[in-house]
Each structure stands twice: as C-alpha cells, then as structure tokens.
Design a binder for this molecule. Structure first.
Ligand code: HEM
Length: 519
C-alpha cells in the first residue's frame, strides 16, 4: 500500500565507506542502493539485533526483501542516510493514488492498453480521487482501528461527508443531486452503478475488513430503505441530512438469534398503542453492524399480520452490547435489546405488515456491493501472492519457479477475473434497468454472483495461505493481508444472505421463469 514518504537524503556514500560501519558502535547496511544506519534501531528491530549485525557493512537487499514488505522501508525512511555513489534505487516507491504495476493487480479496465465498454472519463477521474483519498486518509486509520478495535473517528467521517463519499455509498439517485462529488470528479446526474462499484471496490483497499464495515456499512444498507420507503418526507429528509453529513449514524437491524437469512422467523414485536400514535417495540437483534455506535436502527419487527420495518431512534430503552466476531470490533457489531421502546407511527417504512418487500428491496444493492468488495479483496490477495512468489527464495530459487505454485496462481487469477467480469456485466444491467426491473430480474443473478464469488474467495484464501506458509497464519509482516483474508472472507459468504440461500434463490427464480415447454 502506498504511503506518504519523506525525501531520501542527498548524501552519497561509497560501498567502501559503508563496509567500515560493521562495528558495535556503528551498523550500516545497503538495501536497494540506499544506505541505512540501523545502529540505534538494533534493539527495536522486531527480527532482533543479531541478524542486523550479521549484515553490518554489507548489501542486505535480498535478505531484506526475502523477509519484509517494501512498505517497511517507507515507514522507517528516517533510518536512511544516503545513496550509494553512482547507483540509483530500483524498487518503485508507490505514491498515494498510484495503480499497481503487478499483472492482475488491477481490474482489466485500469490496466494500460486494455479497453472496456463500461467505463468512461468520469469513472477514471472518480477512481483516481477515491484511491488517493483511501491511500492518504482511510488506510492509516483503518490499519490502526482494525488492530485496536476502536470505532471510526469523527474526523474521518466528517472528511468523507465533505467529499460526499457518504452520499455516494447509497448508489445513484436524487440524494446526490446538487452535491460536489470528490471535488467534482463526477457530475451527480451522471453517477451510475459503475461509479458506485468503483467506490465500493476502492474503499476495500483500506485492507481492514472489520473497519471496512465500521466505515458506515450500516448506513449504506439502511438509509437506502429509509429514502425509498419513508412515509413522512420531512422525517426522511432530516435523517438523510443527519446521516450524509456524518452527524448521526444509522444501521439495519434485521437478524436475530432466532432468525438469520430466514427473515420471516424474526420475533421482535411492534405493537400499536391504544391511541394508534406509537409502536411499542420489544425484542432482540444480533450481529448488527455499526449497532454499537448507531443513533438509528432500521428494525424489522413482527406486527399483527406480517413484518413491518420501523426506524427506532436510540434511547434509554435500547441496549447495545458488543459481539466479538472473527474480524475487528471496529465494525461495531452489536447484540441489541429493545425493551418497551416507544416510536411514533410515522417512523414506519412502507405499509404495515408489508415490511418483507422493504427488507428485500434493499438486498440486491447490498449483496452486489458486498460482492464487489470481496472481489477486490481477492485481487489484492492475488497481487500479494504474485509479489511474494517472485520475492521469496526457497530451495535456492524464487517460489514462482515451482509449477505447483503457478497452477495455484492460474486458478486464483482466473477466478478473480471471472468474478470481476460477471459483476461488471450485472452492473451494466443495473444501469439499464428500472428499479422494478432490477427487483424482478436481478435477484437471482446477484444471488448466484455473490455465492459463486465467495466460493472463489474460499478457494483463493486456502491457496494463498499455503503459498505463504507460516506467514499466511501470522497477523504481522509479509503475510498479514493473506492471514486476514483467510480469517474474514466468510463474512462476505454470510452477510446479506448465506451462500446456499442465495444460490437456491437463483435457481428458484429461474424455476419461476421456466416456459411451459416439455423436452
Ligand atoms: C532498514 C532495515 C530494516 C528495517 C527497518 C527492518 C524492520 C523490520 C520490521 C518492521 C519487522 C517486523 C515484520 C514486518 O513488519 O515485516 C522486521 C522483521 C524481521 N527482520 Fe527486519 N528490518 C530491517 C532489516 C533487516 C535485515 C537486513 C534483516 C536480515 C538480514 C532483517 C531480518 C528480519 C527478520 C528475520 C525479521 C522477522 C521476520 C519474520 O518473522 O518473518 N531485517 N524487520
């Protein structure tokens, strides 16, 4: 990942001068033609002081790259004291916003010389702007919060709000009109599902899966429903304004201990008061992303004759407890209890007892976005594996020289490319269908796409860990992206509908469309 780096000192040193610094008092080494004085770093070095003393005064380039990511040098740039006289560094220092130069490190449309029918200039401008923002502002905080488990900072939320990144998370629509998107990178009227896909995929590059969800994923899947189904326009506009300016947080509260993908099985109740002016809500919700810090809960409840979706503001009768899952608590995943929570009836979304359609209408966009994200993770894992297999020397040769490794890479690359092409094809349908058509025709294909992509993620995670060996199960150092992916890809297989449920949905939708014809 690109980081902001300071300038390399201009001092020029000969290899003979470096060689003299091999004493206890002065330990220098050369990495990629640059000279590092690691004397004061000996005790702090995570790999120990002995290994550094062993290379004192020498060129340690291959030893270094066999064990470290290049970003380590960017982080410890202050140890660099100069460059070897007459030599130039060869390793490219990625800058914020840069595209990867590793083959398959970017989708085809971002790879020089390849063409795509789907993306135009505004897509490219937006991609560049969001990538730079992610590299500079999101990545550092994402990495920190993923580790310490704390929630996204208000400062970052405010910054995203100013760029209207929060508004873009909802996808195309009227909520974007009149806003300046990422400094004018794209006209709000032109913003389509490909822009939406770019935002989803680029945000993934914070490479911190818990934080990724902590970064307003709850709002993304709930405010959409509020905007589409609110009966009270003033309430809708107030909540939209509060959430898109980052002043309030919203989440979607559907799943329960009693019901996951089978929404019909929920037990949280909403009963109307005798005067018909309020609902009284009782029950629990589980695995609610952003629930820990949300101000509003868009909640599926059982009403007299069906399911109803109601916006529940946080008050003293709403209790949220942290759930520790396999990704970071930065996601703010909560267990929620509603105990006699009184909510005005204008907080109902859609019609009473007809909430199923409210829940379902939201799912297509959510599942599609989750899929876009997991595909981008798959790609980064492929990139990590390509880098590692070229860098890592085993049995005296780079790992990539082993045919068994190349077979694994072939499978991983093919799966990633297949999934990206498929999502682009579906995104194109989304751009060219009315909302009603999307609901009718795309539920099945998106179900297949998501379940197939997470099956591919499963295969890729498995192979990547084997390629990285011990580092693939270590949370720091070279294999940390792969370790994380192997631990977290299941979130995408479960959230928004479990793999089997979605695959079955696809087949059932196909059954509905079967012609009355015999073989
Ligand atoms: C400027 C020079 C260096 C810096 C700033 C540095 C920094 C680090 C850091 C931050 C780690 C933790 C793991 C990671 O984040 O990748 C590490 C691990 C390590 N380093 Fe260095 N290092 C330097 C040079 C070297 C050299 C020249 C060697 C060997 C000759 C070496 C051997 C090791 C070893 C063996 C580990 C443990 C790696 C593992 O467990 O996989 N380091 N180093």
């Amino acid at each position: 990942m690109a980081q902001k780096t300071s300038q390399t000192p201009t001092r020029k040193l000969t290899r003979a001068e470096v060689a003299k610094n091999n004493t206890e008092d002065s330990v220098w080494c050369i990495i990629d033609h640059k000279v590092y004085d690691v004397t004061d770093f000996l005790d702090a070095h995570p790999g120990g002081s002995v290994v550094l003393q062993q290379v004192a005064g020498q060129d340690a380039t291959s030893a270094f790259y066999n064990l470290h990511r290049h970003e380590v040098l960017q982080k410890y740039q202050s140890l660099c004291i100069g460059t070897v006289e007459g030599e130039e560094p060869e390793v490219v220092d990625p800058r914020p916003g840069d595209l990867s130069t590793v083959p398959y490190g970017e989708p085809l449309w971002l790879t020089p010389a390849y063409k795509s029918p789907y993306y135009g200039e505004s897509h490219r401008r937006l991609q560049r702007a969001v990538r730079t923002f992610v590299d500079e502002d999101i990545y550092p905080e994402a990495q920190e919060k993923e580790l310490d488990g704390s929630y996204i900072s208000q400062g970052l939320v405010d910054k995203m709000a100013r760029n209207n990144m929060l508004a873009m998370r909802l996808g195309p629509g009227k909520h974007l009109h009149g806003r300046e998107l990422m400094g004018g990178a794209v006209d709000p009227q032109e913003f389509d599902y490909f822009h939406d896909l770019i935002v989803a995929q680029e945000l993934t590059r914070g490479m911190a899966r818990g934080f990724q969800d902590g970064n307003m994923a709850g709002m993304m899947i709930s405010l959409t429903a509020v905007r589409q189904w609110a009966n009270d326009a003033a309430l809708r506009d107030r909540l939209t304004h509060e959430c898109l300016t980052g002043k309030k947080y919203m989440c979607l509260a559907i799943t329960e201990a009693f019901a996951g993908s089978d929404v019909a099985g929920i037990r949280t109740t909403a009963k109307k008061t005798a005067d018909g002016k309020h609902y009284i809500i009782n029950g629990t919700k589980k695995w609610i992303t952003n629930g820990m810090f949300a101000d509003y809960f868009v909640t599926a409840c059982k009403t007299e004759k069906g399911i109803s979706v109601i916006i529940v503001p946080r008050d003293d009768n709403v209790e949220t407890k942290r759930i520790k899952t396999s990704y970071s608590t930065a996601a703010g995943t909560a267990f929620i209890q509603f105990e006699n929570v009184k909510v005005p009836v204008n907080h109902l979304l859609g019609k009473e007892d007809n909430g199923f359609i409210v829940v379902m209408s939201n799912f297509n966009h959510e599942r599609w976005a989750i899929t876009g994200q997991v595909i981008r993770w798959m790609r980064t894992v492929v990139e990590e594996c390509l880098k590692w297999t070229h860098q890592r020397i085993v049995f005296g040769k780079p790992l990539i020289t082993q045919p068994v490794i190349r077979q694994k890479l072939a499978k991983m690359i093919s799966m990633t490319e297949a999934c990206q092409s498929w999502i682009e094809s579906i995104t194109y349908q989304m751009c060219n269908m009315s909302y009603a058509q999307q609901s009718k025709l795309l539920g099945g294909p998106i179900g297949f796409l998501k379940s197939y992509s997470t099956r591919c993620a499963h295969e890729i995670a498995d192979d990547a860990v084997n390629i990285f060996g011990g580092r693939g199960i270590t949370q720091s150092g070279m294999g940390r992206v792969v370790e994380q992916f192997h631990r977290i890809y299941k979130f995408d297989a479960i959230l928004g509908g479990a793999e089997e449920v979605l695959a079955d949905l696809g087949v059932r939708q196909a059954m509905k469309q079967m012609p009355k014809a015999m073989l």
